[in-house]
Design a protein around this ligand. Structure first.
Ligand code: SF4
Length: 266
């Protein structure tokens, strides 16, 4: 499927939960978050059913995100349901890596191809300060487990303030070189202010080339991260929601005053 600006929309990002086991300072407020009600969260059958419809409309690339997708109970079952859909060429996940040691092999067996793991620093104290709760060791063990399980490539998402020459980013770059990992630098974004930029090492944030649709864990289909436009797939039906999202996808992002990163999945 193509949008009005002749961009091919073949990439679906699915947020499977608004929950996370970390509290990163640039994502989650200290005082915690108001979570979606259980009944508002899409079931596995709804997510797989919607993905099948999206694939029949031209989606070939699917990424599973959160919150933190690995805190969703039964996540490997969902991965296998999605991986069985004919037409998906690339099935990936974005995770904070802290639970990967436990799930990496199961995810690979379930049909996941590759992972992006968030890592902004390799300094233990700084990691603890940024995530408010996390243990850096868990991420290191998660990275090794992903590599050993054959998830490939393993990419590192490194959030930066302004430049990849920042001290922490340089250290992560060195770590990736030493451990044969690809790295992408993501400048901190602000949904409400509409601050975003092109991902260094990826095409995220490049509106001219944007091929994405996003499904939130409570069933809103968003044609653009930096927009308030969204379509309720339960109310409209899968096909109608996809059609409207393709028709009304904005030429470029502006502001998003309704969503948050932990319930859209970045
Ligand atoms: S701001 Fe919107 S149109 Fe631009 S790259 Fe992001 S999702 Fe695509």
């Amino acid at each position: 499927m193509f949008d009005r600006f002749n961009r091919k929309l073949n990439y679906l990002r699915i947020s499977v939960t608004d929950r996370c086991n970390l509290r990163c300072t640039y994502c989650m407020p200290e005082q915690g978050i108001r979570l979606f009600r259980h009944e508002d969260i899409l079931s596995f059958d709804e997510i797989a059913g919607f993905t099948k419809t999206a694939v029949s409309n031209g989606v070939t690339k699917v990424r599973i995100t959160g919150g933190e997708p690995l805190v969703r109970k039964g996540i490997t079952v969902l991965v296998s349901m999605i991986s069985e859909i004919k037409g998906i060429e690339d099935l990936s996940m974005t995770t904070n890596g802290t639970l990967l040691k436990q799930y990496a092999q199961e995810l690979r067996t379930a049909g996941l191809h590759r992972v992006n793991i968030s890592l902004d620093t390799i300094d233990r104290e700084k990691f603890r300060a940024v995530t408010r709760t996390g243990d850096l060791n868990d991420v290191f063990e998660g990275i090794n487990a992903a590599k050993n399980a054959g998830l490939f490539p393993v990419k590192i998402n490194c959030v930066i303030k302004d430049s990849k020459d920042e001290e922490q980013a340089r250290a992560v770059t060195g770590f990736c070189k030493d451990n044969d990992l690809e790295i992408r630098y993501i400048r901190q974004m602000d949904l409400v202010m509409g601050h975003f930029s092109i991902v260094d090492g990826g095409i995220g944030g490049d509106c001219l080339l944007c091929n994405r649709l996003r499904l939130t864990s409570n069933g809103k289909l968003k044609p653009c991260l930096f927009s308030n436009i969204e379509f309720d797939i339960r109310q409209l039906g899968f096909e109608k929601a996809i059609q409207l999202a393709a028709e009304l996808k904005p030429e470029c992002g502006s502001k998003n005053e309704t969503g948050t990163f932990y319930n859209i999945g970045g």
